[in-house]
Write a protein that binds this ligand. Structure first.
Ligand code: PLP
Length: 358
């Protein structure tokens, strides 16, 4: 499994109907606005035979307003994944460092454009926390660095002050910093807006954001990048025209302009995550890692059950979890679960207890 949420493959393998699956493998937030969003879709159905606005001005402006920047700083992507590939193309071919364990697509994208990838590994004994000083010292002949904040799959968040310090260190070494913040909306209230603005002033930084995770728009696809104006102009020129379809454009605009209940989503996810952390930590053969995002990394320490067996047992209850493949974790006994609605979270906890404690 390279990505979570591959319901079709799972249904084919286990002969289950897609609507029966309880998907803990994908870390996309539950979709709370279906009626409103459905209306926006229907209201815009007439736009299906018209090209979307080529400058994408209104949406870029709405994003700039949210981010306290100007619209020239914003680049839209067909999901944040398009921007990961875009910046990889811009930086390549070169030697780029990736902080691991992390999302496997950075390495794939960088290699696809001919870059050589080196790694900086955070360790389980440090709870996967990143030591900025060690990382800065470890950069030798690399020209770029990729980090994910908060990191997928560990859920660790690097503080704004540390990120700024890292960007400054890297600038002195002429190293470009890419920060994937696809999950940062889940802990936006822990980010210092002043220091974040300063970060882009460093000019050697590209921030990647996603609307698909927090607002549950994985099928619609919308992400954005934030960069200094000159770089943003260059990257926008590299993008194909009309890369955002009219529905993604209008729905994102609607969400941003109506300031959908961001804090409410954050509070709910946070309280469910804390509930899951506390309940799962009580299961002796599980080591649960603290997370700032809408997913939790877990290490399985059972003497007789490995991840494959656990996956097979959970699928009998139609539960899908995310195995450790593709994150570059040391060891194969980790899995990641999404934080979902309370009643399904309870169901998963119950099933894990039945499988692991019996
Ligand atoms: C860390 C991270 N970044 C980016 C993405 C891409 O998300 P999207 O293209 O839906 O915005 C993912 C998807 O799983 C992810 O985990």
């Amino acid at each position: 499994m390279f990505h979570g949420g591959n319901i079709r493959a799972c249904c084919e393998k286990y002969k289950i109907k897609p609507e029966e699956i309880i998907d803990f493998s994908s870390n996309v937030n539950n979709f709370k606005y279906s009626e409103k969003i459905k209306n926006v879709l229907l209201e815009n159905i007439g736009k299906i035979n018209i090209y979307p606005d080529i400058e994408q001005k209104y949406l870029r402006k709405a994003i700039a307003e949210k981010e306290n920047l100007e619209y020239e700083n914003v680049i839209l992507g067909n999901g944040s994944i398009e921007l990961i590939y875009l910046i990889s193309k811009y930086l390549s071919p070169n030697k780029i460092k990736v902080v691991i364990p992390t999302f496997g697509e950075y390495e794939k994208a960088l290699k696809a454009f001919g870059s050589h990838v080196s790694y900086f590994r955070t360790r389980e004994k440090d709870d996967f926390n990143l030591n900025i000083n060690l990382l800065s010292e470890d950069i030798e002949d690399e020209t770029g660095l990729f980090i994910c904040n908060p990191n997928n799959p560990t859920g660790n968040l690097i503080e704004s002050k540390q990120i700024l310090e890292l960007a400054k260190n890297l600038k002195r070494k002429k190293v470009f910093l890419v920060i994937d913040e696809a999950f940062i909306d889940f802990c936006q209230d822990k980010i210092d807006p002043f220091l974040r603005k300063k970060l882009l002033e460093e000019k050697n930084v590209f921030l990647i954001r996603s609307l698909t995770k927090f607002y549950g728009l994985a099928g619609l696809r919308l992400g954005y990048g934030l960069a200094d104006k000159d770089l943003s102009m260059l990257l926008n020129q590299m993008q194909p025209p009309w890369n955002i379809n009219c529905f993604a454009y209008e729905i994102a605009l609607h969400i941003l302009e109506n300031k959908v209940e961001d804090q409410e989503i954050r509070d709910y996810v946070r309280s469910e995550r804390e509930y899951m952390y506390s309940a799962l930590s009580k299961i002796k053969c599980l080591k649960v890692f603290d997370s700032q995002a809408n997913f939790v990394l877990i290490k399985l320490l059972h003497h007789a059950i490995n991840i494959e067996i656990l996956e097979e047992e959970l699928i009998k209850s139609k539960i899908m979890v995310r195995n450790n493949k593709s994150f570059n974790l040391e060891g194969d006994n980790y899995f990641r679960i999404a934080v979902k609605d309370h009643h399904v979270n309870e169901f998963l906890i119950q099933k894990l207890k039945e499988i692991l404690i019996m």
